[in-house]
Design a protein around this ligand. Structure first.
Ligand code: NAD
Length: 267
Protein backbone atom coordinates (compact mmCIF):
# COMPACT_ATOMS: atom_id res chain seq x y z
CA UNK A 1 0.00 0.00 0.00
CA UNK A 2 2.76 2.43 1.01
CA UNK A 3 4.63 1.57 -2.18
CA UNK A 4 1.56 2.33 -4.34
CA UNK A 5 1.16 5.76 -2.83
CA UNK A 6 4.80 6.58 -3.39
CA UNK A 7 4.73 5.37 -6.98
CA UNK A 8 1.63 7.49 -7.68
CA UNK A 9 3.15 10.55 -5.99
CA UNK A 10 6.26 10.20 -8.09
CA UNK A 11 4.18 9.93 -11.26
CA UNK A 12 2.04 12.90 -10.27
CA UNK A 13 5.00 15.25 -9.82
CA UNK A 14 7.22 13.73 -12.50
CA UNK A 15 8.39 15.79 -15.48
CA UNK A 16 9.55 12.63 -17.26
CA UNK A 17 9.46 13.23 -21.01
CA UNK A 18 8.14 16.79 -20.79
CA UNK A 19 9.90 19.29 -23.06
CA UNK A 20 10.51 22.48 -21.07
CA UNK A 21 11.46 25.75 -22.77
CA UNK A 22 12.88 27.92 -20.00
CA UNK A 23 14.19 31.48 -20.46
CA UNK A 24 16.60 33.17 -18.09
CA UNK A 25 18.16 29.72 -17.71
CA UNK A 26 21.63 31.23 -17.23
CA UNK A 27 20.39 33.44 -14.37
CA UNK A 28 20.33 33.05 -10.60
CA UNK A 29 16.87 31.55 -10.09
CA UNK A 30 16.21 29.74 -13.36
CA UNK A 31 19.59 28.03 -13.70
CA UNK A 32 18.77 26.34 -10.39
CA UNK A 33 15.20 25.59 -11.47
CA UNK A 34 16.55 24.15 -14.76
CA UNK A 35 18.88 21.78 -12.89
CA UNK A 36 16.05 20.66 -10.58
CA UNK A 37 13.53 20.14 -13.37
CA UNK A 38 16.08 18.07 -15.29
CA UNK A 39 16.61 15.91 -12.19
CA UNK A 40 12.95 14.88 -12.23
CA UNK A 41 13.00 14.00 -15.93
CA UNK A 42 12.44 17.33 -17.74
CA UNK A 43 13.92 17.55 -21.24
CA UNK A 44 15.36 21.04 -20.93
CA UNK A 45 15.53 23.66 -23.71
CA UNK A 46 17.72 26.23 -21.93
CA UNK A 47 17.24 29.72 -23.39
CA UNK A 48 19.05 32.98 -22.66
CA UNK A 49 21.31 35.50 -24.40
CA UNK A 50 24.17 34.63 -22.04
CA UNK A 51 25.52 31.65 -24.00
CA UNK A 52 28.50 31.07 -21.71
CA UNK A 53 26.20 30.85 -18.69
CA UNK A 54 23.84 28.52 -20.56
CA UNK A 55 26.66 26.18 -21.57
CA UNK A 56 27.72 25.81 -17.92
CA UNK A 57 24.16 24.82 -16.91
CA UNK A 58 23.86 22.47 -19.91
CA UNK A 59 27.16 20.76 -19.02
CA UNK A 60 26.11 20.34 -15.41
CA UNK A 61 22.77 18.78 -16.36
CA UNK A 62 24.36 16.43 -18.88
CA UNK A 63 26.98 15.63 -16.24
CA UNK A 64 24.37 13.99 -13.98
CA UNK A 65 22.70 12.21 -16.92
CA UNK A 66 19.93 14.75 -17.55
CA UNK A 67 18.83 16.08 -20.93
CA UNK A 68 19.56 19.70 -21.88
CA UNK A 69 20.30 21.75 -24.98
CA UNK A 70 21.09 25.47 -25.15
CA UNK A 71 19.33 27.97 -27.42
CA UNK A 72 20.11 31.65 -27.92
CA UNK A 73 17.28 34.10 -27.48
CA UNK A 74 17.15 37.87 -27.16
CA UNK A 75 13.82 38.64 -25.53
CA UNK A 76 13.82 42.17 -27.00
CA UNK A 77 13.65 40.82 -30.57
CA UNK A 78 10.58 39.13 -32.06
CA UNK A 79 12.76 37.70 -34.79
CA UNK A 80 15.01 36.07 -32.20
CA UNK A 81 12.01 34.76 -30.21
CA UNK A 82 10.51 33.13 -33.32
CA UNK A 83 13.86 31.62 -34.34
CA UNK A 84 14.37 30.22 -30.82
CA UNK A 85 10.94 28.53 -30.73
CA UNK A 86 11.51 27.07 -34.22
CA UNK A 87 14.88 25.64 -33.13
CA UNK A 88 13.45 24.12 -29.93
CA UNK A 89 10.58 22.50 -31.84
CA UNK A 90 13.00 21.21 -34.47
CA UNK A 91 15.24 19.73 -31.78
CA UNK A 92 12.57 18.23 -29.50
CA UNK A 93 9.44 17.99 -31.68
CA UNK A 94 7.14 19.71 -29.16
CA UNK A 95 6.97 22.04 -26.14
CA UNK A 96 5.01 20.93 -23.05
CA UNK A 97 6.04 23.62 -20.57
CA UNK A 98 7.11 27.24 -21.04
CA UNK A 99 8.88 29.00 -18.17
CA UNK A 100 9.15 32.75 -18.79
CA UNK A 101 12.07 33.30 -16.41
CA UNK A 102 14.11 36.04 -18.13
CA UNK A 103 13.66 39.47 -16.58
CA UNK A 104 15.58 42.68 -15.93
CA UNK A 105 15.36 45.66 -13.63
CA UNK A 106 17.06 49.01 -13.39
CA UNK A 107 16.30 50.83 -10.17
CA UNK A 108 15.49 54.45 -10.97
CA UNK A 109 13.04 56.90 -9.43
CA UNK A 110 9.98 57.84 -11.45
CA UNK A 111 11.10 61.47 -11.94
CA UNK A 112 14.44 60.39 -13.41
CA UNK A 113 13.78 57.42 -15.69
CA UNK A 114 14.52 57.87 -19.38
CA UNK A 115 12.72 56.41 -22.39
CA UNK A 116 15.47 53.95 -23.27
CA UNK A 117 15.38 52.34 -19.81
CA UNK A 118 11.57 52.19 -19.88
CA UNK A 119 11.53 50.59 -23.33
CA UNK A 120 14.14 47.97 -22.43
CA UNK A 121 12.44 46.85 -19.21
CA UNK A 122 9.07 46.66 -20.97
CA UNK A 123 10.60 44.83 -23.96
CA UNK A 124 12.17 42.03 -21.90
CA UNK A 125 9.67 41.68 -19.05
CA UNK A 126 6.34 42.21 -20.81
CA UNK A 127 6.48 42.39 -24.61
CA UNK A 128 8.93 39.49 -24.88
CA UNK A 129 6.89 37.36 -22.46
CA UNK A 130 3.72 38.03 -24.46
CA UNK A 131 5.18 37.19 -27.86
CA UNK A 132 7.15 34.15 -26.68
CA UNK A 133 4.02 32.80 -24.97
CA UNK A 134 1.97 33.45 -28.13
CA UNK A 135 4.46 31.57 -30.30
CA UNK A 136 4.76 28.61 -27.90
CA UNK A 137 0.98 28.42 -27.36
CA UNK A 138 0.47 27.92 -31.11
CA UNK A 139 2.55 24.72 -30.84
CA UNK A 140 0.93 23.62 -27.56
CA UNK A 141 -2.49 24.00 -29.20
CA UNK A 142 -1.41 21.58 -31.94
CA UNK A 143 -0.11 18.98 -29.46
CA UNK A 144 -3.05 19.06 -27.03
CA UNK A 145 -1.96 21.59 -24.41
CA UNK A 146 0.71 22.47 -21.90
CA UNK A 147 1.64 24.64 -18.95
CA UNK A 148 2.84 28.25 -19.11
CA UNK A 149 4.72 29.45 -16.03
CA UNK A 150 5.18 33.21 -15.90
CA UNK A 151 7.25 35.07 -13.32
CA UNK A 152 5.94 38.14 -11.56
CA UNK A 153 7.37 39.73 -8.41
CA UNK A 154 6.76 41.15 -4.96
CA UNK A 155 6.69 44.44 -6.94
CA UNK A 156 3.56 43.32 -8.79
CA UNK A 157 1.58 43.61 -5.55
CA UNK A 158 3.74 45.80 -3.22
CA UNK A 159 6.34 48.38 -4.19
CA UNK A 160 9.98 49.14 -3.45
CA UNK A 161 11.36 52.60 -4.27
CA UNK A 162 12.91 52.77 -7.72
CA UNK A 163 11.05 49.74 -9.07
CA UNK A 164 8.03 51.51 -10.61
CA UNK A 165 8.53 50.49 -14.24
CA UNK A 166 9.69 46.99 -13.26
CA UNK A 167 6.62 46.59 -11.03
CA UNK A 168 4.35 47.85 -13.81
CA UNK A 169 5.71 45.18 -16.18
CA UNK A 170 5.28 42.46 -13.53
CA UNK A 171 1.68 43.61 -12.83
CA UNK A 172 1.23 43.40 -16.60
CA UNK A 173 2.51 39.81 -16.55
CA UNK A 174 -0.04 39.00 -13.82
CA UNK A 175 -2.79 40.34 -16.11
CA UNK A 176 -1.39 38.37 -19.06
CA UNK A 177 -1.37 35.22 -16.91
CA UNK A 178 -5.09 35.57 -16.21
CA UNK A 179 -5.79 36.33 -19.90
CA UNK A 180 -3.77 33.29 -21.06
CA UNK A 181 -5.62 31.12 -18.55
CA UNK A 182 -9.06 32.12 -19.84
CA UNK A 183 -8.30 32.30 -23.57
CA UNK A 184 -6.18 29.15 -23.83
CA UNK A 185 -8.04 26.78 -21.47
CA UNK A 186 -10.00 25.39 -24.45
CA UNK A 187 -6.67 24.24 -25.95
CA UNK A 188 -5.62 22.43 -22.76
CA UNK A 189 -3.14 25.16 -21.83
CA UNK A 190 -2.87 26.25 -18.20
CA UNK A 191 -1.10 29.48 -17.22
CA UNK A 192 0.11 30.46 -13.77
CA UNK A 193 2.69 32.82 -12.33
CA UNK A 194 5.37 32.29 -9.72
CA UNK A 195 5.76 35.39 -7.60
CA UNK A 196 9.18 35.34 -5.89
CA UNK A 197 9.72 37.47 -2.81
CA UNK A 198 13.23 38.72 -2.06
CA UNK A 199 15.64 36.14 -3.49
CA UNK A 200 19.41 36.48 -3.37
CA UNK A 201 20.68 36.49 -7.00
CA UNK A 202 22.81 38.73 -9.27
CA UNK A 203 19.63 40.79 -9.97
CA UNK A 204 19.19 41.70 -6.30
CA UNK A 205 22.87 41.80 -5.26
CA UNK A 206 22.78 45.63 -4.99
CA UNK A 207 20.09 45.28 -2.29
CA UNK A 208 21.59 42.42 -0.27
CA UNK A 209 25.10 43.94 -0.22
CA UNK A 210 23.81 47.27 1.15
CA UNK A 211 23.44 47.07 4.98
CA UNK A 212 20.56 49.58 5.17
CA UNK A 213 18.55 48.00 2.36
CA UNK A 214 19.20 44.42 3.47
CA UNK A 215 17.98 45.27 7.00
CA UNK A 216 14.87 46.89 5.47
CA UNK A 217 14.18 43.68 3.54
CA UNK A 218 14.94 41.24 6.39
CA UNK A 219 12.61 43.19 8.73
CA UNK A 220 9.87 42.46 6.22
CA UNK A 221 10.52 38.71 5.86
CA UNK A 222 8.96 36.57 8.60
CA UNK A 223 11.54 33.82 8.05
CA UNK A 224 14.31 36.42 8.51
CA UNK A 225 16.48 35.30 5.57
CA UNK A 226 16.71 36.02 1.86
CA UNK A 227 15.13 33.44 -0.40
CA UNK A 228 17.51 31.19 -2.32
CA UNK A 229 16.99 30.10 -5.94
CA UNK A 230 16.31 26.53 -4.76
CA UNK A 231 13.32 27.83 -2.77
CA UNK A 232 11.51 28.32 -6.11
CA UNK A 233 12.03 24.77 -7.34
CA UNK A 234 9.05 23.14 -5.59
CA UNK A 235 6.47 25.52 -7.05
CA UNK A 236 8.07 25.32 -10.51
CA UNK A 237 7.88 21.50 -10.54
CA UNK A 238 4.32 21.58 -9.19
CA UNK A 239 3.12 24.02 -11.89
CA UNK A 240 4.90 22.10 -14.67
CA UNK A 241 3.64 18.68 -13.58
CA UNK A 242 0.28 16.94 -13.85
CA UNK A 243 -0.14 17.52 -10.10
CA UNK A 244 -1.36 21.04 -10.92
CA UNK A 245 -3.83 19.86 -13.58
CA UNK A 246 -6.70 22.05 -12.25
CA UNK A 247 -4.61 25.09 -11.34
CA UNK A 248 -4.73 28.03 -13.76
CA UNK A 249 -4.74 31.82 -13.80
CA UNK A 250 -3.20 32.32 -10.37
CA UNK A 251 -0.07 33.87 -8.85
CA UNK A 252 1.83 31.77 -6.34
CA UNK A 253 3.90 33.75 -3.84
CA UNK A 254 7.10 32.21 -2.50
CA UNK A 255 8.33 34.86 -0.08
CA UNK A 256 9.19 33.46 3.37
CA UNK A 257 6.17 35.21 4.93
CA UNK A 258 6.85 38.65 3.49
CA UNK A 259 3.33 39.53 2.31
CA UNK A 260 2.01 37.97 5.52
CA UNK A 261 3.48 40.94 7.39
CA UNK A 262 7.19 40.26 7.91
CA UNK A 263 8.77 40.31 11.38
CA UNK A 264 6.46 40.74 14.38
CA UNK A 265 6.99 43.63 16.82
CA UNK A 266 8.46 42.89 20.22
CA UNK A 267 5.69 43.39 22.78
N1 NAD B 1 15.76 37.79 -7.48
C1 NAD B 1 14.60 38.19 -6.96
O1 NAD B 1 14.51 38.54 -5.77
C2 NAD B 1 13.37 38.24 -7.82
C3 NAD B 1 12.17 38.64 -7.19
C4 NAD B 1 11.01 38.70 -7.95
C5 NAD B 1 11.03 38.33 -9.28
N2 NAD B 1 12.20 37.94 -9.86
C6 NAD B 1 12.15 37.58 -11.28
O2 NAD B 1 12.72 36.28 -11.45
C7 NAD B 1 13.35 36.20 -12.73
C8 NAD B 1 14.80 35.75 -12.58
O3 NAD B 1 15.46 36.66 -11.75
P1 NAD B 1 16.96 36.42 -11.22
O4 NAD B 1 17.03 37.05 -9.90
O5 NAD B 1 17.34 35.00 -11.42
O6 NAD B 1 17.75 37.37 -12.25
P2 NAD B 1 19.15 37.15 -13.00
O7 NAD B 1 19.57 38.52 -13.43
O8 NAD B 1 20.09 36.32 -12.21
O9 NAD B 1 18.70 36.31 -14.28
C9 NAD B 1 17.99 36.87 -15.36
C10 NAD B 1 18.37 36.14 -16.64
O10 NAD B 1 17.65 36.74 -17.73
C11 NAD B 1 18.55 36.85 -18.82
N3 NAD B 1 18.15 37.95 -19.71
C12 NAD B 1 18.10 39.28 -19.42
N4 NAD B 1 17.76 39.97 -20.51
C13 NAD B 1 17.56 39.07 -21.52
C14 NAD B 1 17.22 39.17 -22.88
N5 NAD B 1 16.99 40.36 -23.47
N6 NAD B 1 17.10 38.05 -23.60
C15 NAD B 1 17.35 36.84 -23.04
N7 NAD B 1 17.71 36.68 -21.76
C16 NAD B 1 17.82 37.78 -21.00
C17 NAD B 1 19.91 37.14 -18.20
O11 NAD B 1 20.98 36.83 -19.09
C18 NAD B 1 19.87 36.27 -16.97
O12 NAD B 1 20.41 34.98 -17.22
C19 NAD B 1 13.18 37.59 -13.37
O13 NAD B 1 12.05 37.58 -14.20
C20 NAD B 1 12.95 38.49 -12.18
O14 NAD B 1 12.24 39.65 -12.53
C21 NAD B 1 13.37 37.88 -9.15
Amino acid sequence: MELDVNVKLKELFSLEGKVILITGAAGGIFSEVSRGMAQVGGRMALCDFNMEGLKAVEDEIQGFGGEAKSFAVDMTSLESIHACVDQVVEAYGRIDVLVNGAGINKRVKLLNGDEETFDRIVAVNLKGVHFLSQEVAKHMKETGGGSVINVTSYNSVMMLGGCGVYGATKSGVAALTRAQAIEWAEFGIRSNAICPGHISTPLTAPLWTDPVRSKFLLDRIAMNRPGEPKDLLGIAILLASDASGYMSGMMYHVDGGCLAGGQPWDI
